[in-house]
Design a protein around this ligand. Structure first.
Ligand SMILES: *Cc1c(COP(=O)(O)O)cnc(C)c1O
Length: 361
């Protein structure tokens, strides 16, 4: 890495690959001989539409999006989807199932309650969200319009290691913090969404992958900007899309392709996570927050026996050249977010630091 860069373990917005930033930097004042930045282009111009279409194509290829699904590039963050999903999908039967496995799934569930009858199909609240419920534990309502879950719980550090089986009830999944970190079979889902700022691009872009037949059943109160059908009909350009973020996603897609796509990325991510969990499991000072079998490959949450020791660890980590290792304010402890762009070298350095700290304290 360029030696003025820090190893940034931020949960989001998160680090981007240096090569991607350098390419964006090189093109920032004059993209492709146009004499302007992508930030300055009309979203309807030929030159931008080419970026848009190519990014769509690259993204579809990387994730393996089949025919019959539309990829939307929207704004509003993951949070807007918490409202947009029920507004558009709950109308079918008026009911929806939610698996509440963490902070963001809980927010989504609360939002959905405004628009229909919500059943908690599963919850891990009994043990502070340190595990993912098993398939047998899901209480499925066959009349649900959809089953909602969050595949990676960014704050708690847990990740679904299976795709729930829900019969004919479509799955709606928040993949904000693990999209393209591993392969997924998109055909098993009705809808996937992800705020881009964890694993893919700068903040401001939200990607929605929707099975087209699910759109068009929105509640009458649905704001135009939150209507999947209008966004599908206008190819994400009902209003101005987040142009520069879409361009950045395109650069990131090229980089992901070089890493071997989703399958290649999964191998790298598995190795990084395993390395870190091994060091933490063998340390005398630290315990991993998430239970084995539910541990996230993206957000590694851990803590020592006391808040004082946690604070000491965080303070010394900053001096050692790491940033953002403090856990989310709602759970405390530490969190190392090791998304796609975190190089293996960064995790190795962190492992060395943890071992040294463990010996000296
Ligand atoms: C960060 C995050 C969100 C919220 O995203 P915003 O873009 O801030 O609205 C939602 N879900 C998950 C899993 C996240 O990690």
């Amino acid at each position: 890495m360029a030696n003025d860069r820090v190893f940034n373990f931020s949960a989001g917005p998160s680090m981007l690959p240096l090569e991607v930033l350098q390419r964006a930097g090189a093109e920032i004042t004059n993209y492709g001989g146009s004499g302007m930045s992508v930030m300055e282009m009309s979203h309807r111009s030929k030159i931008f539409l080419k970026i848009f279409d190519e990014t769509q194509e690259k993204f579809r290829k990387l994730l393996g999006v089949p025919e019959g699904y539309k990829v939307l590039f929207l704004q509003g963050g993951g949070t807007m989807q918490f409202g947009m999903i029920p507004l558009n999908l709950i109308g079918k039967t008026g009911q929806a199932d939610y698996a509440v496995t963490g902070h963001f799934a809980n927010l989504a569930m609360k939002e959905a309650k405004k628009y229909g009858q919500v059943t908690i199909a599963a919850s891990s609240e009994d043990r502070k969200h340190v595990y993912i419920p098993a398939q047998e534990q899901l209480k499925l309502n066959p009349d649900a319009s959809y089953f909602y879950y969050c595949s990676n719980n960014t704050i708690e550090g847990t990740q679904w290691q299976y795709v729930p089986e829900t019969g004919s009830v479509p799955l709606a999944c928040d993949m904000s913090s693990d999209i393209l970190s591993r392969p997924v079979d998109v055909s098993k889902f009705g809808l996937i969404f992800a705020g881009a700022q964890k694993n893919l691009a700068p903040a401001g872009l939200t990607i929605v992958i929707i099975r087209e037949d699910l759109a068009g059943q929105e509640l009458p109160i649905t704001p135009a900007i939150m209507n999947y059908k209008s966004m599908i009909d206008k190819d994400s350009m009902y209003n101005t899309p987040p142009c520069w973020c879409i361009y950045m996603l395109g650069l990131m897609c090229d980089w992901l392709e070089q890493q071997g796509g989703a399958a290649g990325m999964e191998k790298i991510n598995q190795k990084k996570a395993q390395m870190l969990y091994d060091v933490l499991d063998n340390a005398k000072l630290f315990t991993v927050s998430a239970e084995k079998g539910s541990r996230s490959h993206m957000n590694v949450t851990f803590r020592s026996a006391s808040e004082e020791m946690d604070a000491k660890f965080v303070a010394e980590s900053v001096k050692a050249g790491f940033t953002n290792l403090k856990g989310h304010r709602s759970v405390g402890g530490m969190r190392a977010s090791i998304y796609n762009a975190m190089p293996t070298e960064g995790v190795e350095k962190l492992c060395d630091f943890i071992q040294k700290f463990d010996k000296e304290n």
